[in-house]
Structure formats: C-alpha cells, structure tokens
Design a protein around this ligand. Structure first.
Ligand code: ADP
Length: 306
C-alpha cells in the first residue's frame, strides 16, 4: 500500500480533574488526511483545505511530527501529506493533536507498523511542542490509542488505556473565540495548596474507578476541577451558565475542554447528550457569539482508515 486516507479524531484533554494527564477521543468530530509514500526523501505538505495553516514542514505540526518519525525509521523514501482540516485551531478540542497523531499513525501504517503506539505518541508530542511550546501528550495519546488515556508519567513516558463505558457520550460547545494554548497556560499558577491537591487526586482516582466500573454516577461526581477551571473559565463567556444549565439538563459533569474555549459535558446515552445540546443552544443563542455544538460517542479506536 502506497497511500492511505485516515480520520484524525478531535480529543478532550484534562477532563476536569486530570490536567495534562487525562484525555479522551471523539468519534463524530475530526480531520481527514491523505498520506502517500514518495520516492523522494523528506516530507511535503501538498494541500491544506478547511483552514488557513502553513504548509512549511517546520511550521505545521504534521510536518514536525512526521519528520520525527522519519528520522527514527530506516525507510529510504519520503511522504506527501494532504490535510482536510475540520477542527479549528485554538478550539480546545485538539486541532493540532489530530494532525500530529494522524500523520504518524498513517506513516507507521504505510511502513508496516514498525513503531508501537507509545513511540507514535512520542513522535506526535514533538508536533504539540510546536503548537503550544509544551510537549504534552494528553491529546495525542487518546487520538492514537482511542478511548480514555492516562499519562501516568512523562519521564519515562507511561500511558495507560482506560476502558470506556458503552453508553458514554460527550456534548461539546465551541464558542468561536480563539484561545491559544500557550496563552491560557501563562495565566495558571505554578503552585497548588495541599488541600486542593487532595481534592483533585481524589476526583482523578474516582473518575478512573468510575470508568473501570461502568459507574456513571461516580464518573459524574468525580468531574470536578478546583485548580485550573476557576482560573481559565474567566476567559470563556457564559461558562457558568453553560455548566449549570447542562448539569440541570442531566449531564453527568461539565468542564473546560483542553485549554478552552470549548466546554465539554459527559452524558449517559445519546438522548441525554441531545438534551444537553438543546440546553446549550438555548443558553448561547442570546449571547451573540457564533458557536458549534458537537455530539459524539467516545471513540474507542483512535485514528482510523477512512
Ligand atoms: P488546539 O488545542 O486546538 O490544538 P492550539 O492552540 O494548541 O490549539 O494549537 C494550534 C496552533 O498550532 C495554531 O497556532 C496553529 O497555527 C498551529 N498549527 C500548526 N500546524 C497545525 C495543524 N496541522 N493543525 C492545527 N494547528 C496547527
């Protein structure tokens, strides 16, 4: 096989209590990418549709992540990449991660899968470093592994796949304002109190246990963030109204997706996810800011062939 078309999923990072360590992949939202082997060495981005992004390989995360893989492989040729960008950059649902993860997964597939998923995450993290100055893995790990992933350790990198309860859906509202990950990192404090730490790791343990035990109620009450959300939510118009109304409409929990401005909820079943979407519409229509709403099952397979 010399060419492949892949779906590169959007992802929700942090998931309230798991700042920089937890993430999940979505099914109904993502980019598409075509990757082709070429006899010429190196990587070329030949076409980008959907968004205005650089094709220079050192300025596009797909180029940087792809080159990292190419450097480590003994393949003698190169690759051409076409990106159909459907996830807006700076949306908080892993636009850059979709490209970084998609390209390394597709290249690995075309080379006969010489690299493990863990190695692919390491290559994709180089793309994330270009996008936000920090080589974080909480978006690229679920995009590659699928489902929920926990970055137990960054050094050495240790990624744990967590099972997804069958009826788990996400409803995400994306207000069309751009928040750069790098900017929304700068406003965070670098220290936390022991009291806040205790609450946070209690919730993180609770969420992971809830996912393993299919306990939707436990998942819901663990979706709390006392560290990052109070600071970052100030950047998101009507965050509190969306959160309160979504919880009232039956969402299990609600928080900031990645670094925002997208706000996610987790829901039990599609009907509940649709109810929450309706509530989000009602809340945001009068605000006067354009927005998108996505309803999606949690994606348990990650990047896949289209
Ligand atoms: P997101 O959380 O949606 O990925 P970020 O702010 O982390 O948003 O990253 C977007 C940044 O990465 C933008 O500055 C964008 O120009 C840059 N970028 C470079 N290549 C890509 C790509 N292929 N897809 C998305 N963003 C890219």
């Amino acid at each position: 096989m010399d060419a492949i078309k892949v779906f590169c999923p959007a992802t929700i990072a942090n998931v309230s209590c798991g700042f920089d360590v937890l993430g999940l992949a979505l099914d109904a939202v993502g980019d598409e990418m075509i990757v082709r082997k070429t006899p010429e060495k190196g990587i070329k981005i030949t076409k980008i549709t959907g968004q205005d992004l650089p094709t220079a390989i050192n300025k596009n995360v797909a180029g940087v992540a792809g080159l990292t893989l190419l450097d480590k492989s003994d393949y003698d040729g190169g690759f051409e990449i076409e990106i159909d960008k459907r996830i807006k950059p700076g949306s908080g649902i892993g636009s850059s991660a979709a490209s970084s993860a998609g390209v390394v997964w597709a290249m690995n597939h075309l080379l006969g899968n010489p690299f493990s998923n863990l190695e692919l995450v390491q290559f994709a993290m180089e793309g994330e470093k270009l996008a936000s100055d920090v080589a974080h893995a909480d978006n690229v790990a679920p995009a590659i592994f699928g489902g929920f992933t926990l970055v137990r350790s960054y050094d050495p990198l240790d990624i744990i796949s967590i099972p997804t309860p069958a009826e788990l859906y996400a409803t995400v509202i994306h207000p069309q304002i751009e928040i750069k990950t790098s900017e929304s990192r700068k406003i965070l404090k670098t220290n936390i109190t022991l009291e806040k730490g205790i609450r946070q790791w209690g919730n993180l343990g609770g969420l992971v246990a809830g996912l393993f035990q299919n306990d939707y109620e436990l998942i819901g009450r663990s979706l709390e963030d006392h560290i990052v959300e109070p600071i970052r939510s100030i950047l998101i118009p009507e965050f509190d109204a969306i959160k309160n109304n979504s919880l009232e409409a039956g969402a299990l929990g609600c928080g900031i997706s990645g670094s925002g401005p997208s706000i996610f909820t987790l829901c039990k079943g599609e009907d509940m996810a649709k109810n929450v979407a309706q509530t989000m519409h009602k809340t945001y229509e009068p605000v006067g800011i354009d927005y998108d709403i996505h309803i999606s099952k949690v994606n348990t397979h990650g990047v896949k062939i289209r």
